[in-house]
Design a protein around this ligand. Structure first.
Ligand code: NCD
Ligand code: ZN
Ligand code: ZN
Length: 347
């Protein structure tokens, strides 16, 4: 038996959904994580500070009694977003980031941005006041191959945006490529990247070899092995610019197991077990705390959590349910395809 004590972690990219799904999944996060940056891609999306305040209340109402969990709210950037509303949300402390979804890039992104020039007044204001922009970094151009969409986004959208607004603080979310890792490392300031648990574990073979596996399909789609290795090196390096954003994205099974399945992988319940496994494999258990608990707060200008959690390595594999049952329906849990020995000791 081996114990590892780390500051209580936070999740810097999380989908909690709403209603019965929210009630079904929130405990898997609030059990282990103190805070999470909550994605605004509901239907309809969380666009205004009034939407965010109301959503925050619904989340808090769903947190199990006894858990202390702070949702960090984001606004969904549209071409009509009002800079004054965004600034008011930032000043009040409610809004911690604004999220850019290129229209059509991912789940519930149809209200996102088609022409970034139209969002410029908001982005300029954010650069002025220091409010971070979180980006789903993929182009949606039909002639760009799905495996190249992140690299092309960096070149054609992100880099020009950074040149135009160097003071804008940008989180490149769910980085999936070596190109993304390298780009972040090259920058002197104002750019950081979140990395998911599953992109440290699977490459694209998981989706396609031996039959099509919808529960390994997410966006950005997992890439080839060399990219996974670059992500692992970045996450376990201790570099302050990389931190955990699980992108745990629950969908009910019927919406994934069908002819046109949704993108999203549900990892909240076993993320910390998976991460301890990965960091141990990389000989970097001593850097798990930086990735999961320290680098994110530093980037978002928030205090590190005072509490700690203990991860314990057991002699026998620890078990997780294959599915989480919610009022909305069953949600399949991410299967890392190897046994997990680490688990959080419940206090
Ligand atoms: N990651 C995903 O595959 N899906 C996310 C959207 C997103 O983060 O792009 C979702 O909301 O389901
Ligand atoms: Zn995304
Ligand atoms: Zn996401």
């Amino acid at each position: 038996m081996q114990d590892l004590v780390i500051r209580r972690p936070d999740d810097w990219h999380l989908h909690l959904r709403d209603g019965g799904m929210l009630r079904g999944v929130i405990a898997d996060t609030s059990r282990h994580f103190a805070r999470a940056i909550v994605m605004p891609n509901l239907v309809p999306p969380v666009v205004t500070i009034a939407d965010a305040a109301a959503y925050r209340e619904r989340i808090l109402a769903a947190v199990p009694a006894g858990d202390r969990f702070e949702p960090l709210m984001t606004l969904y950037l549209t071409e009509g977003t009002d800079p004054d509303d965004v600034e008011a949300g930032f000043r009040s402390g409610l809004v911690k980031a604004v999220k850019l979804y290129p229209a059509g890039a991912t789940t519930n992104s149809s209200s996102g941005v088609r022409d970034i020039a139209k969002a410029m007044p908001v982005l300029e204001r954010m650069a002025e006041i220091g409010l971070p922009l979180c980006v789903h970094g993929e182009v949606t151009t039909p002639d760009v191959d799905i495996f190249d969409r992140e690299a092309v986004f960096i070149e054609t959208v992100l880099d020009p945006l950074r040149r135009r607004l160097p003071d804008l603080r940008i989180t490149m979310e769910h980085v999936t490529t070596k190109d993304g890792v390298d780009y972040i490392k090259e920058q002197a300031a104002n750019l950081a990247g979140s990395i998911t648990t599953h992109h440290l574990i699977i490459n694209r073979n998981a989706i396609l070899v031996g039959g099509i596996k919808p529960h390994y399909y997410c966006l950005p789609v997992a890439k080839r092995e060399s990219h996974r290795l670059a992500l692992r090196a970045a996450a376990t390096s201790g570099d302050v610019r990389f931190f955990l954003g699980t992108d745990s994205a629950p969908h009910v099974d019927p919406l994934k197991e069908c002819a046109c399945g949704c993108a999203g992988i549900y990892t909240s319940i076993n993320t910390l077990s998976c991460l301890a496994h990965v960091f141990e494999e990389e000989g970097a258990l001593d850097r798990l705390e930086a990735f999961a608990s320290l680098n994110g707060p530093a980037w978002y200008g928030l205090p590190v959590n005072a509490e700690t959690i203990t991860l314990r390595k057991h002699a026998e594999p620890v078990r997780y349910p294959a599915k989480v049952e919610t009022e909305a329906g069953p949600v399949t849990v991410f299967d890392p395809m190897f046994p997990l020995y680490w688990a959080v000791v419940q206090s």
